[in-house]
Write a protein that binds this ligand. Sequence first.
Ligand code: NAP
Length: 484
Amino acid sequence: MSEKSVVDNVNKQLFIGGTWRDAEGGKTLEVADPSTGRVLTEVADASVADGKAALDAAVAAQEAWAATPPRDRGEILRRAFELITERTDELALLMTLEMGKTIKESKAEIAYASEFFRWFSEEAVRISGRFSMAPNGATRLLTMKQPVGPCLMITPWNFPIAMGTRKIGPAVAAGCTMVVKPASLTPLSMLAIGGIMAEAGLPDGVLNIVTTSTTGDVMEPLIRDPRLRKLTFTGSTEVGRRLIEQSAQGVLRVSMELGGNAPFLVFGDADIDKAVDGAMLAKMRNIGEACTAANRFIVHESVAEEFSSKLAERMSAMTVGRGSEEGSEVGPLVEAKQRDKVAALVDDAVARGAKALTGGKPLERDGYFYPPTVLTGVSEDATMFREEIFGPVAPMFTFADDDEGIAMANDTEFGLVAYAFTQDFSRAIRLSERLQTGMVGINQGIVSNPAAPFGGVKSSGFGREGGAEGIEEYLETKYVGLAL
Ligand code: NAP
């Protein structure tokens, strides 16, 4: 399996109504390898009319799909789970080539991503309602769940498959049809999933995939189309805000998985070695390009030096290289713009007094590499205290008591996830209650789990993906009053 063959094997057209077709006028957009900067291939570049054709196909398939037995919908997801699992090696190489992360990390994403299909294949047959009597006994109340209807799913480049399967899985299980728009930097992985879904027996038109470089122009008419019933978006808060406004016109059901600024709290009683293990995961998973990435290390002053020096030792020992190369542990950032943004955030922190224990400057080589970096003495005025870094940079801040640490953790517009390391059970529960986030990891550096409700509060969005809650996002509740 060569790099060329995995790229060649993917269908690069639009997937609409069960057929692969070129974009209007045969237009294409380039996909590059961030570890070299070189173009890998080209995929179809959809026009506004192509986008509309995809929604037409989703609308046409909706009624029959909603009437398809839940067991059949679940079996398709189960087959897709198995096909993805069988093809992990090929999919992992493809993902690494377009996104940059190491093969090991691509495989971990694929295992996580496919698990949403297995989980929701089990949920499809557990959609239920209620039957009850009105308090005055005059009427019966039948409560049923029905699919929301055609959905638009817009996904980011950082987890090119998982951010899609988290939406596709519950939508398929619930009986919704959909148009998926993957990020233009990483469309290949999702196109490969489209092929797998068709092979797994998904009927034509249930899943449609549109790739485009004129994203705003192609998406807005779909969001404003009265036939669309739901918009689900994972991406930046800035774009999310714009899409919420656009979806107000059609009063759409909306789910928003937006940016983060995760605090990673280390208390004085923490097991420091375990905290460093957790920090490696929370910071270095996906090269730091994760909405859940630890963005601010807030460490009790009594253990700050030990924690930061141990973390710097581990981070400086990591091997930076092309994701597809044996032994690489840290791949490139996704594009030059992202690398330059990380470099500017570090320069800003250093200008305000921070010191780099390791890293601190972009690597001078082809591709968009930035080395693992640990910064101590970072001022709360540094821009990276407020903004998502999205790179392998760990800034250290210190606190003196619990109230101060929690106040620093909550001092952000974002509220996706917080991590905390402590061996005191009461403190763990108390602080979990006080942290203004949708998720908390106690003594663990990763919270993503298909069986748990993933999502944020404040500017990190609303709605939950995964868990028992995940399918509710794709279901409407209808009540029927029955006078007997
Ligand atoms: P982004 O720029 O917001 O892009 C996300 C998606 O939105 C892409 O498919 C993009 O298409 C599309 N898009 C851009 N402008 C649009 C517009 N005007 N109308 C409709 N769609 C538009 O975000 P990103 O840089 O890809 O992803 C990184 C962000 O995602 C980070 O902030 C991260 O925290 C967040 N994220 C959140 C979660 C979560 O679950 N909370 C998970 C992963 C990532 P193009 O690619 O064509 O621009």
